[in-house]
Structures are given as structure tokens and as C-alpha cells.
Design a protein around this ligand. Sequence first.
Ligand SMILES: Cc1cc2nc3c(=O)[nH]c(=O)nc-3n(C[C@H](O)[C@H](O)[C@H](O)COP(=O)(O)OP(=O)(O)OC[C@H]3O[C@@H](n4cnc5c(N)ncnc54)[C@H](O)[C@@H]3O)c2cc1C
Length: 403
Amino acid sequence: MTYETHNPYDAVIIGGGACGLMCAVQAGIRGKRTLVLERNDRPGAKILISGGGRCNYTNLHTTIENFVAAEPAFAHSAFSRWTVDDTIRFFEQHGIVGQEKTLGQLFPVSNSAKDIVQVFVTLMKRYGQELKVNSQALSVDRLTAGRFEVSYETKGVTHRVTTNALVMASGGLPVEKLGASDFALRVARQFGLSVEPTAPALVPLTITGKDADWFAALSGNSVLCRVSNERASFEENILFTHWGLSGPAILQISSYWRPGELIVLDLLPNHSIEQLINTERRAGGKRLVGQLLGDFYSRRLVESMRKFLPIDTKIASLSKADAKRITAVIHQFAVKPAGDKGYDKAEVMRGGVATHHLLPQTLAARDVPGLYFGGECVDMTGWLGGYNFQWAWASGYVIAQAV
Ligand SMILES: Cc1cc2nc3c(=O)[nH]c(=O)nc-3n(C[C@H](O)[C@H](O)[C@H](O)COP(=O)(O)OP(=O)(O)OC[C@H]3O[C@@H](n4cnc5c(N)ncnc54)[C@H](O)[C@@H]3O)c2cc1C
């Protein structure tokens, strides 16, 4: 075991991901010296694979409405001090020009998440911040009020470092192979902070039982849909898969879904099937129901509707009850997912360190001076679309102003 007697660091940051890297760089800009401990062999593992390797690094329309949390308004302070414009300017200053793909989602024009990580690697060096990779934080002890000792292991050797500012930026539970751990949640509980119940979020949903084969047969089909439950509603594509449902609208609603609940799919969100049927009727109603549906869906999806709808019936021959049934199936297709694909396939974690224990201006624990929590370990879960990185950058920045 080695012990660092002379500690030159103003802060020790656990986790070299989005929040930890931003925190170290911003502290460096203020002339502070930090040590970042990262258990992986390189920093920013999640940044590298984010957005399909292209990194959707912010969203132009970020507001607290785009977050699932016990207290979304907690993020107001951080988002007003580090805005979306600040994110855009920060990356532009370091050579990354953003381009909006869809719904405000900003990606580097280079389409390369590596460029984002490289910005941090360069700035960490420029501002003399130390990054220790292959270094897993094992435990934290409070020596005196406001002073902590962190034990960490690097290549089989245990070290200790003391600090007056300990930043927990070790992320959430999704994707263990990318370094995810419950370390921040454990440290929070150790110091008496409660944790809002955690669950996979932005995650595909599974279908089992009697309906499983119907969904599996449609695997690969993608449909624009409005997916709703009593808490939220999203209009984007859904994707049928061998095991259930995925695609952006499903990932979004998954953050609001609880096991045992239904979700409702409007398979034709920008039209009224009733009106379309009436228009066809006025034109003679010679087309078949399946032909009308074929204006909007793949042949495979229309064929699969045979299970629920009279697709071979002429529209002129539809009874009132038929028309009602078609409306219900197309606009209110109820699905009861069996579960979700779990933390390995989730983009984020719902829940986390309860924000009422933290000061919104600094993200310091109210009752534990010197202990900070930022990024995904905090109960602040963004929608799909760059919101989670905006929270990680903003919380990292805010903490850096306080350490
Ligand atoms: C597949 C995928 C795609 C995504 N795409 C996007 C996207 O395009 N846009 C978006 O906004 N969000 C995206 N996200 C979410 C985003 O990556 C996270 O919200 C964000 O990285 C959280 O930042 P963080 O710094 O809190 O945690 P992380 O970036 O996860 O960093 C935490 C770091 O801490 C390290 N660590 C954990 N425990 C320890 C320990 N005990 N000791 C030392 N180190 C430790 C981990 O190895 C990790 O590197 C995606 C997530 C996934 C899984």
C-alpha cells in the first residue's frame, strides 16, 4: 500500500467520464489541481460509444422538462450557470463544430465521439490535471469534517490519497463492461444521503407470452408512432425486434414506464383513420382496408394486422363496429411489456442520489462539507437526445467552481 503524504490536489474526482472530465478541466481553468481516478484503461468510455460513436453532446432545446427526477427544478441552477450555448462555445473553442441532426440533437460535424474525448485529454494536460487510469476507487473514509481519504487500486497495488474536496462522478449502473459501478450510490448511503430508487432507463422493452411471436415476426420494421402512458407521450419511431420493442419513442417512454403497466401506441399519429375511411367511402370505398393501411405501413406490418383487422374487406362494406375497431387498433394499440432489457442495454439510470441532500448551486452534500455528486449518479435523468450529456457537463462545471 502506498500513501500520498504530500497531496498536491485541490480535489479528487472519482470517474473520468463526461462529468469528471469537465469538472477537472474547469477546475484547471481556475488554477486548481485535480486528480481523476478512472477504473478503465482510458477516459470517456461512454462518450466514445455514445450516439452510435458520434456523440450527441447536447440538445438545443434543453429545459428541466426534459428530465425525469423527483425534483427536476433542482437542475435550474446548474443549467443557468452552464447553458447549452456554453457547451457549444466550449467545444467550438476546441475545434468541434456541431450540427443539428433532429429534434435539437447536436453532434460533431466530424461525426466522431473520439474528437470530444480528445478535447478533454488535451485540456487535462494543458491545465496540469492528473488522470490515473486503471485506478478503481475502493472506499472513502472521513478523516475529520471536510477531509476524506480515498483508497484506490492501480494494477493490484492499493494507494491512498487524502482530499478536502471529493467529487463523485462515477456515473450510474448501465453497462458494466464500460466501467459502470454503484460506487457513488454506496458512498452517498455511507454518508447518510438517500438514493431515489434506481432502474434502467432509455431502455428497450421486452414482450413475452402469447403476443411474443406477433412482435418477433415484425422484427426490423420501424413505424412513426405516438407512444404514451399516463405520465408522458413521445412521437418518434418505434422498432419491432425479436424480443419486443425498441426505437427512440420506446426508449423515451421506458423512463416513465413501471413494470406491470401498459403503454399505448398511436400507429398513425398525424392522421385520423376514421377520416381516412370516410374519405375512401365518399370515393366509392372500393379499396380494401389493407390497401388503405398500405399507404402508411410496410406489407409485412399490414399483413400482421390481419390478426386484429378485416384487411381483405372493402372499405364500403365496413360496418360501424368494424370502423370503430380499426380506429381503436390503429390509434390505441395497447401493449403490456414484460420487462426491460436491463442495465446492459440501458443508456442511463433512473433515480440516484436524492437531490434534496445537495445544494443546487454547488452540488455539495448539504450535511457533508467537501463531498460533491455530479452527472448520472444524481437523480436527474435526461430524455434521449443529448440531455444527459448537458447535465453531465453542467454539473461538472458547477462543482469545479466550488472546489
Ligand atoms: C450506449 C450509450 C449511448 C449513449 N449516448 C448518449 C448520447 O448520445 N447523448 C447523451 O446525452 N447521453 C448518452 N448516453 C448517456 C451518457 O453517456 C451518460 O449520461 C453520461 O456519460 C454520464 O456521465 P457521467 O460522467 O456521470 O458518467 P460516465 O460517463 O459513465 O463516467 C463515469 C466513469 O466513472 C468510472 N468509474 C465507475 N466507478 C468507478 C470507481 N469505483 N473508480 C474509478 N472509476 C470509476 C467509469 O468507468 C466511468 O468512466 C449514452 C449512454 C450509453 C450507455
